[in-house]
Design a protein around this ligand. Structure first.
Ligand code: SAM
Length: 287
């Protein structure tokens, strides 16, 4: 914890008689080392337009605005807007939008600044972590990187490799679109109020092209989803029970053999390229 940032935050909260709203995931960052780690790892420069999700009282916003061409700060809580107008009044490169980020047309922002690099930076409200990240990735928005504070457990799931306890469908979905890098672990005392969980900063650098070729991406993600739907079961049983593909266990066993895997293989040991190979054989059979 950092006394200066802590007292500055307290002073602003007191000045505006601000009440934290739990349902908006309001845990404000009060550690300047973590703040500079986020900014440094996002590699913000004058060619960048930063979209900040949930600026709160503007701590991260101000640090980003010092480096970026422009910061677009999207805050859902209308009671924070006058506070942000005050704390960010010395910046002429900050645009504040009072809106739910899930309703913001990020493509429109990208089109407006098409000659700039678009970066997402945030101390995320944890209740929207997966929906907002997956929506940016699945819509293939022209974003260079996403550098965000998330729940520690979620950061480790995003970055996990096969045969580890954190590996699952989130790891594969994220790693299809980006290269994850865990920047820092962040303890609970770096925020007010303290959250109930530990946090971590993760940087997701979007890949220019997918790491694997697959004939039908949606089919691959549905195979992946069913592979992790029943953790202790073999891939054959998972696909048979939850895949909804109309394949018999014998069909699935043949597919796995053709892809070069043992029939008793479990999804948690397979890499993205393995799922792509299995999916292509399923695709051929279903055609
Ligand atoms: N950036 C500030 C900081 O680091 O101190 C605040 C981070 S706090 C964890 C999350 C912020 O996101 C809060 O200001 C909250 O009101 C805002 N928020 C919550 N849900 C949101 C949503 N759907 N769209 C935009 N902002 C949201």
């Amino acid at each position: 914890m950092d006394e200066t940032l802590f007292s500055k935050t307290k002073a602003i909260i007191n000045k505006y008689d601000f009440n934290f709203k739990k349902n908006f995931g309001q845990n404000f960052l009060i550690d300047s080392h973590v703040l500079s780690k986020i900014i440094t790892s996002a590699e913000i420069c004058r060619d960048d337009v930063v979209i900040e999700i949930g600026p709160g009282i503007g701590t991260l916003t101000a640090a980003a605005a010092e480096k970026a061409f422009k910061v677009i700060a999207v805050e859902i809580d209308k009671t924070l807007i006058p506070i942000l107008r005050d704390t960010l009044s010395c910046f002429d490169n900050v645009e504040i939008i009072n809106e739910d980020i899930l309703k913001v047309d990020i493509q429109e922002i990208a089109d407006r600044f098409c000659d700039k690099n678009l970066k997402i930076v945030a101390n995320l409200p944890y209740y929207i972590t997966t929906p907002i990240i997956m929506s940016i990735l699945e819509k293939r928005l022209p974003v260079d990187s996403i550098t965000v504070m998330v729940q520690k457990e979620v950061a480790y799931r995003m970055g996990a490799k096969p045969s580890t306890k954190d590996y699952g469908s989130l790891s594969l979905s994220v790693q299809y679109f980006c290269e994850p890098y865990i920047v820092a672990n962040v303890p609970q005392n770096c925020f007010i109020p303290r959250p109930n969980v530990d946090s971590a900063v993760i940087r997701l650098t979007l890949l220019k092209s997918p790491p694997v070729e697959v004939k039908d991406i949606n089919l691959m993600f549905s195979v992946i989803k069913s592979a992790f739907s029943q953790r202790r079961k073999t891939l054959i049983n998972c696909i048979f029970n939850t895949g909804g593909l109309g394949l018999s266990k014998e069909n699935i066993a043949e597919i796995l053999r053709e892809a070069g895997f043992d029939e008793r293989v479990r999804g948690e040991t397979l890499a993205l390229s393995d799922f792509a190979a299995i999916t292509d054989i399923i695709y051929k059979r279903l055609m």
